[in-house]
Design a protein around this ligand. Structure first.
Ligand SMILES: Cc1cc2nc3c(=O)[nH]c(=O)nc-3n(C[C@H](O)[C@H](O)[C@H](O)COP(=O)(O)OP(=O)(O)OC[C@H]3O[C@@H](n4cnc5c(N)ncnc54)[C@H](O)[C@@H]3O)c2cc1C
Length: 291
């Protein structure tokens, strides 16, 4: 289908993009990779009057290490994150997640900032960003602010970004020694999105005791979430298989689950429990050197 008519803007700088967005308010939309927004416009589920293409603003796609954190520009593509040597060594969970997204074309065009701003309930980055306790930087005409991942995803396709804010950077803490991570996903057979996606970060001490654990889950509810009950059950304990299996049963406790033609809420709950267990086991094995 053909989208509603719109005016196309291509700012050369972030300041120009911020000014355009402030000027057009609810009539303006940022365009990054276009892999979520353009399909919505073609279906006429979105009809912005002004499209502000930030895709060629220099420097918004860089990935660098700064102050013990990895700073990822909003325009970094999934492919950049999948293939970056820095990311692979400092936070392999990011590259593992990126590799699970869509296909080569999607990974070459889609951006991490676009994915987070769009906040599809079945998107992959959301679980990982939660598990990593990332910070999300946003800029508007009134200045810059940092939003904790746990406060970012508010509702279906709704984030804490204000109408006049542009997501510019994601900051991820470097992982301590003896850490392991894993992202496991059940791909929807038609779309490739996550029916269930589980991101795990675990830190162990020398005796095999779990010092810290974070479990982010996507695909099963309208927003991604941390499986706090699982985390609480395993922190400070040895991660033997019986304990992990038992704790993973609590993966979706208290969560209102989605149901659709492909997967009922019961099936999603089952998958979430199984994939939570497997992801914790894989992350723990990696933390103890059995990658
Ligand atoms: C065939 C196909 C398969 C896919 N499979 C998967 C998959 O398996 N897993 C998955 O997670 N995703 C998947 N996607 C989605 C893909 O990852 C998108 O690239 C991503 O969701 C959106 O990123 P984008 O850069 O294309 O954003 P765009 O489509 O350009 O923008 C999306 C939304 O975010 C806003 N936005 C974008 N950038 C910013 C910014 N910097 N600041 C503020 N707002 C911004 C836009 O205004 C828009 O509302 C798939 C997409 C397609 C087409």
């Amino acid at each position: 289908m053909i989208p509603e008519p719109f005016e196309y803007h291509r700012p050369d700088s972030l300041a120009e993009a911020v000014a355009l967005l402030a000027n057009y308010g609810a009539d303006g939309k940022i365009l990054a990779g276009g892999h979520s927004l353009i399909p919505l416009m073609k279906l006429r589920l979105a009809a912005p009057k002004h499209l502000i293409d930030v895709g060629r603003i220099a420097g918004l796609d860089t990935i660098r290490e700064e102050g013990g954190k990895i700073a990822i520009g909003a325009l970094a593509t999934h492919h950049q994150l999948e293939s970056s040597d820095l990311v692979k060594s400092a936070c392999p969970l990011l590259s593992e997640t990126a590799g699970e997204i869509g296909d080569v074309q999607v990974r070459n065009k889609g951006t991490i900032g676009g994915s987070l701003a769009h906040s599809d309930p079945a998107a992959d980055w959301t679980a990982t960003i939660l598990a990593l306790d990332a910070e999300i930087k946003a800029v508007s005409r009134t200045g810059e602010r940092s939003i904790a991942a746990k406060d970012f995803f508010l509702d279906l396709l709704t984030t804490a970004l204000k109408e006049d804010e542009i997501l510019t950077e994601i900051r991820v803490p470097s992982l301590p020694a003896n850490s392991g991570e894993a992202y496991l996903k059940v791909h929807h057979p038609a779309s490739g999105f996550a029916v269930v996606g589980v991101a795990v970060r675990v830190s162990m001490d020398g005796n095999g005791t779990c010092r810290d654990l974070a479990v982010g889950i996507t695909g099963v509810a309208v927003t991604p979430f941390r499986a706090r009950k699982v985390e609480a059950a395993l922190k400070g304990r040895r991660l033997d298989s019986g304990k992990v299996r038992e704790a993973a049963q609590g993966a979706v406790d208290g969560v209102e689950l989605e149901s659709d033609l492909y997967a009922s809420d019961d099936y999603r709950a089952h998958l979430a429990r199984v994939y939570t267990r497997r992801a914790i086991e894989r992350a723990a094995a990696r933390a103890t050197g059995k990658r």
